[in-house]
Write a protein that binds this ligand. Structure first.
Ligand code: ADP
Length: 243
């Protein structure tokens, strides 16, 4: 036995990544193929079954499109010349707007949003589109894993030179050993369940890369069975900072 060198580790990760991508693409393709075969074998003529089977192939196509989109984005972030489009943003207002977009979907699941924002204005230098993508992923996870009637809490506070944002839910939680792994590409706590709710398993990996590109940190704290909090810190920007 010898220690795995850095190069070997990179090669191992690369192989694992390619294997994961292949698997994630093959699953919807196999499903689509079998449904298309069934349609060809007669299901198409059945007015009850045909729309259902066509719907399955639509959903699987959508899943592949989401996956390829996420993969392309990760490969862009990985490239050396990746750049954020930074501007100074007032975070209380920005978060209010973000939460508002979710309120309709939340009320369908009877989920309540609690926001505890800072009393004073808080500024950060962010890439609006990218940060929105990060928060959309985390808030939709919080809602996805919340029980019916649950509460999602969003807090923003100033902590030294950082702003700290947290999104908490009262969902199933994440076992301790998985709390750092959820930020790895394709890691899911429960593969079958996560897939059935439509995720690609890349959302938090992308979120982590984007938050790090902003000079911030992201991590999870969770009590299994009780709920999860995702924390994000970002450098604070003074109001007059040039964007
Ligand atoms: P997915 O597309 O599967 O949601 P993510 O990268 O967003 O991928 O999340 C990775 C995994 O982390 C999820 O599959 C799920 O197992 C776990 N996870 C993320 N957020 C939560 C949460 N709020 N509560 C419980 N589990 C979560």
């Amino acid at each position: 036995l010898h220690d795995v060198t850095e190069e070997e580790k990179i090669e191992q990760d690369r192989r694992e990544f390619v294997a994961n991508v292949s698997h994630e693409l093959r699953t919807p393709l196999t499903t689509m193929k079998s449904y298309l075969e069934a349609l060809e074998d007669g299901a198409l003529a059945d007015p009850e079954i045909a729309p259902r089977f066509l719907n399955v192939t639509q959903n699987e196509t959508d899943r592949m499109i989401r996956l390829v989109k996420d993969l392309l984005q990760l490969s862009k972030i990985d490239s050396d010349d990746y750049q954020l489009n930074l501007e100074t943003v007032e975070m209380n207002r920005y978060l209010d707007e973000t939460i508002e977009r979710f309120e309709m979907i939340a009320s369908d699941k009877n989920i309540d949003f609690h926001r505890k924002l800072n009393k004073k204005s808080i500024y950060a230098k962010i890439d609006r589109d990218k940060m929105t993508q990060v928060l959309d992923n985390i808030i939709s996870n919080a809602m996805k894993y919340s029980p019916e009637g649950g509460t999602v809490k969003i807090r923003l506070l100033l902590q030294g030179k950082n702003i700290r944002l947290s999104i908490s839910d009262q969902g199933m939680g994440i076992p301790r050993e998985s709390q750092t792994k959820i930020f790895e590409r394709f890691y899911r706590v429960d593969k079958a369940r996560a897939r059935s709710v439509g995720g690609t398993g890349l959302g938090l990996a992308i979120a982590k890369e984007l938050i790090q590109a902003h000079g911030g940190h992201i991590w999870a704290q969770s009590e299994y069975g009780k709920g999860t909090t995702i924390f994000i810190t970002l450098p604070y920007a003074s109001k007059g900072a040039k964007s």
